[in-house]
Design a protein around this ligand. Structure first.
Ligand SMILES: Nc1ncnc2c1ncn2[C@@H]1O[C@H](COP(=O)(O)OP(=O)(O)O)[C@@H](O)[C@H]1O
Ligand SMILES: [Mg+2]
Length: 336
């Protein structure tokens, strides 16, 4: 269990996630599945999330960093109720979010909104901006009776768009502008938590910077808590207060964003940082490790199969332990 040295559930946290796990069964050919059944081999599962625990305070941005396939989107989807968790709990503003239905579920969703990666695919091309951004208000029965027009216009100008955009369609905007529309929609209900899953990854670098600036401004104006998910070390460092690193569904390190480069010490964290450095110089990844398609069959440290430091101790799964205030690492050798 990863219950060691962790902050207690406190209402000061907007989001409090404890021991969250989710597995998927691994896709196999029909022949392979039949052979496995004959031989009595249990169906294999892939642990997309393995006992993940963390919390986010009001006004705080937590960066979630990890390679493709590390389980980042699965985490977002489980929180949003798109996937069911296998086990674990999550509290939003002190209220449990799993297993609740009806009006309670609606109340949770109102407080937690998401911005997606693809600014082209995530907006319905047949809806006008007015319909897109007023939809959350309708769903939650929160249409302001008077001054709807003023309300919608103010919401748009707040994300840096012209109020004249209300009657246009998504196709009439650039990628960056569409992402502003997505952010506007997500904020219409004044949520306590915003989840941004690769929200700037599809944008050009200059547009990325503008959207990051917008998110930083909105966070401080509204005291928003944000879970900012990305595979991009530089982007996550820029926007986050704290960072957690995910490797094949395991939370391997957690630390303040401004300490990442210097103090990040899990072997996977060092690998990611080196890779980011190489990529910036236009070079190739050093002995690239595929985070996907590896099936969990054995116990021990998740990083052991590829870790240059692995030793005998690593046959035991390392606990996430605090090596100094605010800095936790799941490695037997951390802090030595
Ligand atoms: N619906 C699904 N069915 C089966 N496997 C899935 C599903 N969603 C995600 N996975 C697997 O879970 C792992 C984590 O995926 P994902 O959360 O999308 O990673 P990330 O967002 O970090 O790239 C991957 O190996 C992926 O193939
Ligand atoms: Mg993803």
């Amino acid at each position: 269990m990863t219950g060691h040295n962790q902050a207690e559930h406190t209402s000061a946290h907007v989001l409090d996630v404890r021991g969250l796990s989710r597995s998927f069964s691994v896709e196999k050919s029909m022949v392979q599945s039949a052979l496995d059944r004959l031989r009595g081999v249990a169906p294999q599962t892939l642990r997309a999330l393995h006992e993940v625990s963390f919390s986010i305070a009001r006004g705080e941005t937590l960066g979630l960093l990890g390679e493709s396939g590390s389980g980042k989107s699965t985490l977002a989807r489980v929180l949003m109720g798109i996937y069911e968790p296998d086990s674990g709990s999550a509290k939003l503003c002190g209220r449990e979010i799993f297993g609740v239905r009806g009006s309670e579920r609606l109340a949770v969703l109102r407080n937690m909104q998401m911005v997606f990666q693809d600014p082209f695919g995530s907006l319905d091309p047949r809806m006008t901006v007015r319909q897109i951004i007023s939809e959350p208000l309708k769903i939650h029965g929160l249409m302001p009776r008077e001054n709807v027009e003023t309300h919608l216009a103010r919401a748009l100008t707040d994300v840096g768009l012209d109020a004249g955009a209300l009657d246009l369609y998504p196709s009439e905007f650039s990628g960056g502008q569409r992402q502003r529309i997505g952010i506007c929609r997500a904020l219409m209900l004044n949520p306590a938590l915003l989840i941004a899953d690769e929200a700037v990854s599809a944008l050009d670098v200059s547009v990325q910077a503008q959207i990051l600036e917008l998110l930083i401004r909105l966070r401080s104006e509204r005291n928003l808590a944000m879970l900012f998910i990305s595979h991009d070390v530089a982007v996550v460092r820029q926007i986050s207060d704290r960072i957690i690193l995910l490797y094949r569904g395991n939370l391997v390190e957690e630390l303040p964003a401004d300490q990442l480069l210097e103090d990040g010490c899990h072997p996977y964290t060092r690998h990611l940082l080196e890779a980011a450095l190489f990529l910036r110089e236009g070079d190739r990844l050093p002995d690239a490790i595929s985070a996907t398609a590896l099936v969990e069959t054995n116990a021990g440290c998740c990083y052991r199969p590829v870790c240059p430091q692995a030793g005998k101790e690593c046959q035991q799964r390392p606990l996430l332990r605090e090596i100094k205030p605010g800095h936790r690492v799941a490695c037997h050798f951390a802090g030595e």
